[in-house]
Write a protein that binds this ligand. Structure first.
Ligand SMILES: [Mg+2]
Length: 233
């Protein structure tokens, strides 16, 4: 790829398998606290949680919810949706979820290797939405990411979430480059693809969908990513 001078990577579901850890954590909780979830099937709980969590993050991104309000509120709403006999347990479950979630972090196949390979050629950084302490814990567990990153930007520290143009502008200034010299690698259409292109960045979309935007290309295999940005190497 020509003209790219800095590569930012998204963390969740791009480099690390967030969805896997989320699913494992919830599955363990449904088994451990079946009565609290009113004996609902795991697939039902997961589907409810996904919908609730999506909306909670949206409210949090708009500043309508505090961090603790988001963390606990998603479990209050989940227990309500299950007609739980123990809605007062939401705060306990919220913490238990985060602990279990943290025990299941794994890298997406080939992602760390591609990240490091990229870092040997170009300056790289991490640009991620999420709670600071959670995202920093992930970086501690995968030290290659922090070791090779010139900048690490977590939305909570800046006070704006992707796709906020303020967050992308902050990241651009940290890179010290014009926007069209930056490549963003991420999985989310709304946060990463639309946020990145609106900021004038190039985007590598970790997805099996195609984009018709001229500055976006898709990939589903990290070996293909490396080939695409460093052909012939
Ligand atoms: Mg992501």
């Amino acid at each position: 790829m020509t003209n790219i001078e800095f590569v930012y990577f998204d963390l969740d579901d791009t480099l690390l398998d967030h969805k896997y850890a989320e699913k494992q954590a919830l599955q363990e909780m449904v088994v451990a606290h079946s009565a609290l979830f009113n004996h609902a099937a795991f697939e039902v709980v997961l589907k409810r949680y996904s919908g609730i969590n999506h909306e909670i993050w949206h409210q949090y991104s708009l500043g309508k919810l505090s961090k603790d309000g988001a963390k606990v509120g998603r479990f209050t709403q989940l227990l309500e949706a299950c007609q739980s006999p123990g809605i007062d347990q939401a705060a306990v479950l919220a913490q238990e979820y985060l602990d279990r979630y943290a025990s299941h972090w794994v890298a997406i196949e080939g992602a760390i290797e591609a990240f490091v390979r990229t870092a040997y050629q170009l300056p790289v950084g991490i640009l991620t939405n999420g709670f600071s302490e959670v995202q920093r814990s992930k970086l501690l567990q995968f030290p290659e990411l922090g070791k090779h990153s010139k900048t690490i930007i977590i939305s909570e520290d800046i006070g704006h979430l992707k796709p906020s143009p303020i967050l992308f502008e902050h990241a651009r200034a940290q890179a010290g480059l014009e926007p069209d010299r930056i490549l963003y690698v991420g999985d989310s259409l709304s946060s990463d693809v639309e946020g990145g292109t609106a900021a004038g960045w190039k985007v590598a979309w970790y997805s099996d969908q195609d984009s018709d935007h001229p500055d976006v290309w898709s990939f589903t295999d990290w070996n293909d990513f490396s080939q695409r940005i460093f052909p012939g190497r």
